[in-house]
Design a protein around this ligand. Structure first.
Ligand code: COS
Length: 384
């Protein structure tokens, strides 16, 4: 509960804020329009340490942990959700499964180049018939000598079409489901039998790549099994604890940007002979935005500190993901209301934030699933 920003935290925030202001925000509208991120931007992000900010220095990262990661996600999300999500899918759900359960050899071979941004990561769990019910996987992994042969497909995989390394979850024993039946694999995307299918068109985060992945008789050596055979579901769920927390941090950043723009607009725009900011209804909107941001920020960093202490934070990360992304949507909506017609026009960033925001209540576990996670935990404990 005793939380204070350190010199290091301030340094990370200043660095990422400068990077966002100089390199990311100026490109955000074009990224959205072209539906593509410039490779050079990802490279520049990697050069600034963004691809491995939470990863320990021993594995090629900066070692700033989850608090550092959340500060980064927050600041990037002031500028461009497509870029922030690309970095998030690479790091918090692409790298994290290896950090959690990889062997020393796997960490040196795969995690180090990923953290350094030489290789981009992705997390492949979702299938046409396994979305919220993540353990109902149809992609199969059949043991054959010193390898597993994988057949099946994945959908809606963030970074799927641009990743170098994919963490893939497949059923080694469908009858056993989440307890013993799912295995995680580290899959370089140049493996024979791996191919990219449809690249999705989306309402928002258009610059982020969302792809279908197809696996046909793809042989993955036993040395690329991540963790124990059959234990992959727990790896996926523990990884999503990190991903969901990061989405909460992104919601804080996007919401602060919406408040900042709304304050400027409310001071500059005059109606009925005075600035909008003089109208009590507008003041109430701004106050409500600020109050929610304070609560969101508090829960994000309290939870990030739990993660950095090595405590389990599954319930907390579900609560962060649920409330922060619901409130982000509310705040973006109110920012558009404050801006009126101007906010709806595409030359203003509000409409892009509005479109980019919506996915957060859906991916990395819908907000309905987050409430299932929370409810199961409180029912198990019998109290808060
Ligand atoms: N960390 C570690 N282990 C976890 C865990 C976590 N956060 N969550 C669950 N587990 C373990 C459980 O403890 C259980 O193991 P034991 O029986 O040995 O204790 C095992 O995993 C199965 O868990 P559970 O019984 O909760 O599995 P369910 O099939 O009921 O699924 C939900 C639970 C619905 C919560 C899960 O499927 C889910 O999160 N769905 C959403 C998926 C998602 O986020 N998709 C987005 C993909 S990325 S865009």
């Amino acid at each position: 509960m005793d939380f204070q920003w350190t010199e290091e935290h301030r340094m990370i925030r200043d660095m990422v804020k400068k990077f966002t202001d100089q390199e990311v925000r100026p490109l955000a509208a074009e990224i959205d329009k072209k539906k593509e991120l410039p490779q050079a931007l990802i490279r520049k992000g990697a050069d600034n340490g963004l691809t491995g900010i939470a990863i320990p220095e021993a594995y090629g990262g900066s070692g700033f942990g989850e608090i550092g990661y959340c500060i980064m996600m927050e600041e990037l999300s002031h500028g461009c959700a497509s870029f922030a999500i690309t970095i998030a899918a690479h790091q918090s759900i692409g790298c994290m499964p290896i950090l959690l359960d990889g062997t020393e050899e796997q960490k040196q071979q795969f995690l180090v180049p990923m953290a350094q941004g030489e290789k981009l990561g992705a997390f492949a769990l979702t299938e046409p018939g396994a979305g919220s019910d993540a353990s109902a996987l149809r992609t199969t992994a059949v043991e054959d000598g010193d390898a597993f042969v994988i057949n099946g497909s994945k959908i809606w995989i963030t970074n799927g079409g641009i990743a170098d390394v994919v963490i893939l979850y497949a059923a080694n024993d469908p009858a056993k489901g989440p307890r013993g039946g799912i295995t995680a694999f580290i899959v370089p995307t140049d493996t024979p039998g791996f191919s990219v299918g449809t690249i999705e068109e989306k309402m928002g985060i258009r610059g982020s790549n969302t792809a279908e992945l197809i696996f046909e008789e793809m042989r993955i050596p036993r040395s690329q099994v991540l963790g124990k055979v059959g234990e992959g579901f727990k790896n996926a769920m523990a990884t999503l604890d990190y991903g969901r927390l990061g989405l909460g941090a992104a919601a804080v950043g996007a919401s602060k940007e919406m408040l900042r723009l709304s304050i400027t607009h409310a001071n500059e725009r005059k109606q009925f002979g005075r600035p909008l900011a003089d109208q009590q209804i507008i003041q109430f909107y701004l106050a409500e935005m600020a109050a929610r941001i304070y609560a969101m920020e508090s829960m994000v960093y309290r939870t990030a500190a739990m993660a950095d202490r090595g405590e389990r934070f599954s319930r907390e990360s579900a609560m962060v993901k649920y409330l922060c992304t619901e409130w982000q949507d509310w705040i973006v909506d109110k920012a558009m209301q404050v801006h009126g017609g101007m906010g709806y026009m595409t030359h203003m960033p509000i409409e892009r934030f509005y479109r980019d925001s919506r996915i957060n209540r859906i991916f990395e576990g819908t907000n309905e699933i987050q409430r299932i996670v929370i409810a199961r935990d409180v029912l198990k404990k019998g109290e808060y």
